[in-house]
Ligand binder design. Structure first.
Ligand code: DAH
Length: 371
């Protein structure tokens, strides 16, 4: 699309009339040919473009060579032509819009059936667990998957070089050797760092569940995946005891697996709880009689828990002070419990999934079964 540049032989009114009429007719003819979007923009650039636009070029050339007395008339004509082209553009734009609206309104076309997705079994299970605690008055907390060494380990009472760190090997972000250890970034190995983040932001009392994705340097097999999910819990107040922990988790397991389920607590170790326990539930497959699923013990181990270690409250208070916040986690006045469970294992038990890898395969033949 291009317009011919008319020749202007002299600057008398008759010649100017002739030449500007030609330009206007050219523009109008072109405007009638426009087919929307890109062609509108090309038309605009061709006539009104700041650098290459015809109007700009012609007025520069003609005004320069015009005798002084012809200049006002030339100026008026250029202004008028510019307004005409602008209104041609506006008209074409409106027609273009009306056209596309009309075709969008074709009621005779068959409807587009929306493809309804299904919730992933992990998301579903995570929401179910979170729901059980929300009904007990817990709120939901979230934290980052890329975490610092401080939140993932140090503040949770895993000192640098402590062997407890070996149980949670992970991927670290490259190129951070120049930073102090506590500031170095890694993929979080558990949701427990969000306990610390929450206590820095909020004063007690606190009741929180924290669902999320975690990472470990674990070789993949039928029960291990380097990416998996946890739900963390934290309850801090005055006079929180181990009985509160037992009652809360016993209720949660019954809500999740049925009221016939029993729980038992075994001594265990986590750096951030003291005392710590592992919680087992009576086997949901055999009711506790013993079967292949529970390795004939009648029990299935499901989560870790314990009373928040005073060293954790101390780390929180110290960091709060550094941030100019009151160190309100006074270990003489408050206590708390915490727990953490693996969502993948619970989902696999609930849905009879034999291989954790299926949860991350994105295989529709698997996922469609949950629709
Ligand atoms: N963070 C622990 C893990 O990933 C799980 C856990 C155990 C969380 C005990 C807790 C807890 O809050 O009290 O192995």
């Amino acid at each position: 699309m291009s317009a011919a540049i008319p020749e202007l032989r002299q600057f008398d009114e008759a010649e100017l009339d002739r030449v500007f009429a030609r330009l206007e007719a050219d523009a109008a003819a072109q405007a009638r040919m426009l087919t929307g979007g890109e062609s509108l923009e090309a038309f605009r650039l061709q006539w009104l473009g700041r650098k290459q636009g015809l109007l700009g070029q012609l007025s520069a050339a003609w005004l320069k060579s015009a005798p002084t007395e012809a200049k006002p008339s030339l100026g008026v004509r250029f202004n008028r032509l510019k307004a005409q082209i602008e209104s041609l553009l506006e008209e074409s734009r409106q027609q273009d819009q009306a056209g596309s609206q009309a075709s969008g309104l074709d009621v005779t076309l068959p409807g587009a059936a929306p493809r309804v997705g299904a919730e992933h079994p992990l998301v579903k299970t995570m929401a179910e667990i979170v729901g059980v605690f929300q009904r007990m008055g817990y709120s939901v907390g979230l934290g980052p998957e890329v975490e610092t060494d401080f939140y993932n380990f140090e503040a949770l009472n895993f000192p640098p070089n402590h062997p407890a760190r070996d149980t949670q090997d992970t991927l670290v972000i490259a190129g951070q050797e120049r930073k102090p250890l506590r500031e170095r970034l890694l993929m979080r190995t558990h949701t427990s760092p969000v306990q610390i983040r929450s206590m820095l932001e909020q004063a007690p009392p606190l009741r929180l569940v924290i669902p999320g994705k975690v990472h470990r340097n674990d070789a993949a097999d039928a029960t291990h995946s380097p990416v998996f999910h946890q739900v963390e819990g934290l309850c801090v107040d005055t006079q929180i005891t181990f009985s509160d922990l037992k009652g809360t988790l016993d209720h949660a397991m019954k809500a999740l697996f049925g009221s016939a389920v029993k729980t038992r607590f075994f001594p265990s170790f986590f750096p951030f709880t003291e005392p710590s326990a592992d919680v087992q539930i009576s086997c949901i497959f055999c009711g506790g009689k013993g079967c292949r699923k529970c390795k004939h013990s009648g029990w299935i181990e499901l989560l870790g828990c314990g009373m928040v270690d005073p060293a954790v409250f101390e780390a929180v208070n110290q960091r709060r002070s550094e941030l100019g916040r009151e160190p309100v986690y006074d270990t003489r006045k408050i206590s708390g419990f915490a727990f953490g469970m693996g969502v993948d294992r619970i989902a696999m038990m609930k849905y009879g999934i034999g291989d954790i890898g299926l949860l991350y395969s994105g295989d529709l033949r698997f996922l469609e079964q949950f629709a």
